[in-house]
Design a protein around this ligand. Structure first.
Ligand code: CO
Length: 423
């Protein structure tokens, strides 16, 4: 594989996916080009052995699958998430300050490092919902212009700025988007993007995003810096591997979920029925009865891929004593005694074997025993679809910063391992 070319494809995908809605649309484009057939949850499905299909829910979660030519014995699945922590515009967001400034009322989506959103060019993207003859329709919008900034308070007005600052999301994080008189201009731009008139927009899910592009960084180009690496790196790798794979005994499937950053408990999140609904519908269509479905689940495996914390060069004391992955050290297998990660001895062995077959390195992550870590998709998915499962990820620094850092080699390792999994 040409690593440079592959990395460039991933960079383009992340750059062009400022929100979960754009990420799913871009993945669907990738699937369309590979001859996948789009299914609609509202319609009766027509699927056949050897076919390739995908279905989305809410335009922000996506499941794609490839059926083998013969009767399958189970599912080989991967999962990642489409959303990233950011700021979401509230309803009626415009605030005019002193007749001079136009700023926006926003709220936190997920747990970001707030300070990293200050003093950098931002823009606005997401979806708007309009009403047409057939009902309601969702359209993607992206102002795709340096259109907002959240200015810091000057050091002269906050002498303690370098001693640890507490940010209030209702006060400190409201982006300035223009002069007070430009209120209509902002709405007009959004409507123009959606190709409708302002009055037609009845609802919206709009977010601020960092305008920075993904790039190589380091004197030896060893690293990647970019926004939304958690978890668009894994979303790109899992879907690319699915597209490259050829199923034999198993149904190959890749699920990308929205709302991981806010707990997954939405109709399209990992804690929804989305995956289970898709698996059951596939079985129904293939003439597999209820017991056959259970037998298949018992012979299935799921790789949950969500980025992991690498050893921080300035804060080695934050890492576990023996399980401290580094950038470019390979795929991270995550372990947690209380099972916040789904990995167990069996699934770890399975994953190590996948890496060995692909010839890629792997490393292990555990929280320090005195630090509570974050959560991920694996153990939430287990409550909906209980199959053998491993939690893995790519090592990265500054998770949930507006600009994250990862290893340039690791992305290729993940793709190679997942290709081996789907073979
Ligand atoms: Co994540």
């Amino acid at each position: 594989m040409n690593n440079k070319k592959q990395l460039q494809r991933m960079f383009t995908f992340i750059d062009e996916s400022p929100t979960c809605f754009h990420a799913v649309a871009n993945l669907e484009n990738m699937l369309d080009k590979e001859g996948f057939v789009k299914l609609d949850e509202k319609e009766v499905w027509k699927i056949e052995n050897g076919g390739k299909y995908y279905v989305n829910r809410n335009g922000s979660s996506l499941i794609a699958f490839v059926l083998p030519g013969k009767k399958p014995s189970g599912f080989h699945m991967t999962a990642a998430h489409s959303d990233s922590p950011c700021f979401k515009l509230k309803e009626a967001p415009e605030i005019v300050v002193d007749d001079a400034y136009l700023k926006l009322n926003v709220e936190k989506y997920g747990g970001m490092i707030m300070s990293t959103w200050l003093d950098r060019p931002l823009s606005i993207a997401g979806r708007v919902v309009i009403k047409n003859e057939n009902g309601f329709e969702s359209r993607l919008v992206n102002l795709d212009k340096d259109s907002a900034i959240i200015p810091n308070l000057a050091i002269h007005m906050n002498r303690d700025a370098n001693k640890g600052v507490e940010y209030n999301p209702q006060i400190d994080m409201e982006p300035l988007i223009g002069e007070g008189a430009s209120k209509d201009e902002y709405l007009r731009l959004l409507a123009k993007e959606a190709d409708v008139s302002q009055e037609d927009i009845l609802g919206f899910d709009l977010f601020l995003y960092n305008r920075d592009k993904c790039r190589l960084i380091g004197i030896d180009d060893a690293y990647i810096a970019g926004p939304r690496l958690d978890d668009l790196e894994c979303a790109f790798a899992t879907m690319t591997a699915l597209v490259n794979g050829k199923p034999d005994k198993y149904i190959n499937l890749c699920a990308i979920f929205d709302n991981e950053e806010v707990g997954s408990r939405t109709k399209q999140g990992a804690d929804s029925t989305f995956l289970q609904d898709v698996l059951r519908r596939i079985c129904l269509k293939m003439g597999i009865d209820e017991e056959g479905y259970r037998c298949m689940l018992a012979d299935s495996f799921l790789i949950s891929a969500d980025n992991a914390h690498a050893l921080h060069p300035n804060h080695q004391e934050k890492a576990d004593v023996t399980n401290k992955p580094v950038l470019n050290g390979g795929i991270v297998i995550k372990y947690h005694g209380s099972q916040r990660y789904a990995t167990d001895a069996y699934s770890a062995a399975y994953m190590k074997d996948v890496c060995n077959r692909a010839g890629v390195p792997y490393q292990s992550y555990a929280n320090r025993s005195d630090i509570a870590g974050g959560s991920t998709l694996g153990n939430i998915l287990t409550s909906q679809v209980s199959v053998n499962m491993v939690d893995i990820g790519l090592p990265q620094l500054a998770m949930h910063s507006a600009m994250e850092t990862a290893g340039a080699k690791d992305a290729a390792y993940l793709l190679e391992a997942l290709r081996a999994f789907y073979r």
